[in-house]
Design a protein around this ligand. Structure first.
Ligand SMILES: Cc1cc2nc3c(=O)[nH]c(=O)nc-3n(C[C@H](O)[C@H](O)[C@H](O)COP(=O)(O)OP(=O)(O)OC[C@H]3O[C@@H](n4cnc5c(N)ncnc54)[C@H](O)[C@@H]3O)c2cc1C
Length: 372
C-alpha cells in the first residue's frame, strides 16, 4: 500500500483546512465553505473536469490517475469526509455530461466554472421510490409550448448552491437526463435545504420542479438511440463514483481506528482493533485493484458493488462499538469523534444501498459500442 502523501506532501496542510471547515459545517455552512477556499483544494475538487473547461487545475493535481484520485479522497476523509463533500467541483453530473453530452452541452454545462469552482448536482432520488430508479415519476413533457419538467427530487447533494445540475426524468416510456440551471429557473424550481444527522457537508436538498421550461438542447442525447438513455446511462455514471464512496468510508474508518489506537483499551478490544486494521488494509487493496481494472477499461459491476458494500460495512461495524468502549466523559468531550461516528452511517445510502447492490450487481456485460 503506497502512502499518497509521498506523491502529494501538501495533503497534510490541506487536511488542516478540512478539519477547520468540518467543525463549522454543521452550524455555519457558509463560513465552512469560506474555509475551503484554497487553490490546491479547489484543484482537487475539480479533478475529473477536462482541462479545457477547468481553469482551477494546478500543476500538482493535473492528470491524476483514477487510483491516485481514490487515494487522495481516502486520505482527506481520514480527517473529515463531510467537509470534503462540502467542496464544489466535479460530481456525478460531471461524469454524466462527459459520457452523454455533446461538445456544445459540455461547454454550456462547464461555463459556470469560468468564474469560480461551481457546485453541481445529479438528481435521481425521489420521495417513496429512492432505490427504485426505474419507477421515477418526475416527468419531461413536450407540447406546443415547448419542453417542461415537473416533479420532486429528494436527498440531492450540493443542490442548494449549485449553478447547474442534471435531472433524471421520465419521458414517455423511457428516461432522459436533463440539464437544469437554477439561476435561469425563475420561480419554477424550489430548493429546500434538508436537515441531516450525518455527512452534513453533503448539503442535502429537496428540489421541486413546477413547469420548468427546458431547452431542447439541454436534453442529453436527445437525438440518439434509446439504448444510451435511461438506466444504462445511470449505471455508467455510478460505476465511477461508487469507489469514491468506498474511499470516503475507508478514510473515515482510518480516523475511527486511529482514535481507538490512542486510548487505553482492554487487551480483547486491542485485538479487535488490530483485526479491523487488517480488514481496512484488505479493502484498501481491493480499491486499488478495482481502480487499475477501471483504468484498463474493464467492466466490473459486481466488484464495484462488493467494494462499496465492504467499505460501508467496515465503517459502520467500527463505529458501532465506539460509544461502548470509550470512557463516557471521553466520548462526550470528543465532538469531532462523535461527528465522525454520525457520518459513518450515511455512506451506505449513497449510490445504492447494500440490499440493492446484492440484488443487482450481477448484470450482463455492457453491449458493444458503449464505453465507460
Ligand atoms: C449523503 C447522501 C448523499 C446523497 N446524494 C444524492 C444525490 O446527489 N442525488 C440523488 O439522486 N440521491 C442522493 N442520495 C440519496 C440516495 O441515493 C438514496 O438515499 C438511496 O438511493 C436510497 O433511497 P431511499 O433513501 O429512498 O431508501 P429506500 O429506497 O426507501 O430504501 C430503504 C431501505 O429499504 C431497502 N430496500 C429498498 N428496496 C428494496 C428491495 N427491492 N429489496 C430489498 N430491500 C430494499 C433499502 O436497501 C434500504 O435499506 C444521497 C443520500 C445520502 C445519504
Amino acid at each position: 500500500m503506497s502512502d499518497i502523501t509521498r506523491y502529494y506532501p501538501q495533503l497534510y496542510a490541506l487536511s488542516e483546512r478540512l478539519l477547520a471547515a468540518g467543525q463549522l459545517a454543521e452550524n455555519n455552512p457558509h463560513k465552512a465553505t469560506a474555509c475551503l477556499d484554497h487553490p490546491e483544494l479547489m484543484s482537487i475538487a475539480c479533478i475529473g473536469i477536462p482541462s479545457r473547461f477547468n481553469p482551477w487545475e494546478t500543476p500538482a493535481f493535473s492528470n491524476v490517475s483514477y487510483a491516485r484520485h481514490l487515494q487522495i479522497i481516502e486520505y482527506l476523509s481520514r480527517t473529515d469526509a463531510s467537509a470534503m463533500m462540502l467542496l464544489p467541483g466535479a460530481s456525478l453530473s460531471t461524469r454524466a455530461i462527459l459520457t452523454q453530452g455533446n461538445e456544445q452541452q459540455q461547454a454550456r454545462f462547464f461555463a459556470c466554472f469560468a468564474e469560480r469552482p461551481a457546485w453541481t448536482f445529479f438528481a435521481v432520488t425521489e420521495p417513496e421510490i429512492g432505490s427504485d430508479a426505474g419507477a421515477i415519476t418526475s416527468e419531461l413533457t413536450h407540447s406546443e409550448q415547448g419542453w417542461r419538467l415537473n416533479g420532486t427530487k429528494l436527498l440531492i447533494g450540493g443542490a442548494m448552491l449549485a449553478s447547474v445540475g442534471i435531472v433524471f426524468a421520465r419521458y414517455q416510456q423511457s428516461q432522459r437526463l436533463v440539464m437544469v440551471f437554477p439561476d435561469e429557473a425563475k420561480g419554477t424550481l424550489q430548493r429546500d435545504s434538508l436537515d441531516t444527522v450525518g455527512l452534513a457537508g453533503a448539503g442535502l436538498t429537496r428540489l421541486t420542479f413546477k413547469d420548468l421550461c427546458v431547452k431542447e438542447e439541454d436534453i442529453l442525447g436527445h437525438e440518439r438511440r434509446e439504448l444510451l438513455q435511461g438506466l444504462n446511462s445511470l449505471s455508467m455514471v455510478f460505476e465511477r463514483h461508487r469507489p469514491m464512496v468506498a474511499a470516503m468510508a475507508l478514510g473515515t474508518t482510518f480516523g475511527l481506528l486511529t482514535a481507538l489506537d490512542t486510548r487505553p483499551l482492554p487487551a480483547a478490544v486491542r485485538l479487535w482493533v488490530a483485526r479491523q486494521w487488517r480488514k481496512y488494509l484488505a479493502i484498501y487493496q481491493q480499491m486499488l485493484t478495482l481502480a487499475e481494472g477501471y483504468s484498463n477499461g474493464q467492466h466490473q459491476h459486481a466488484l464495484t458493488s462488493q467494494l462499496k458494500r465492504n467499505a460501508t460495512r467496515l465503517v459502520e461495524e467500527t463505529a458501532c462499538h465506539l460509544p461502548h468502549w470509550l470512557n463516557r466523559d471521553d466520548w462526550l468531550d470528543d465532538r469531532l469523534l462523535r461527528k465522525r461516528y454520525r457520518d459513518s452511517f450515511a455512506f451506505e445510502y449513497m449510490e445504492g444501498t447494500s440490499n440493492i447492490h446484492l440484488l443487482n450487481s450481477f448484470r450482463p456485460p455492457v453491449p458493444k459500442g458503449i464505453s465507460l
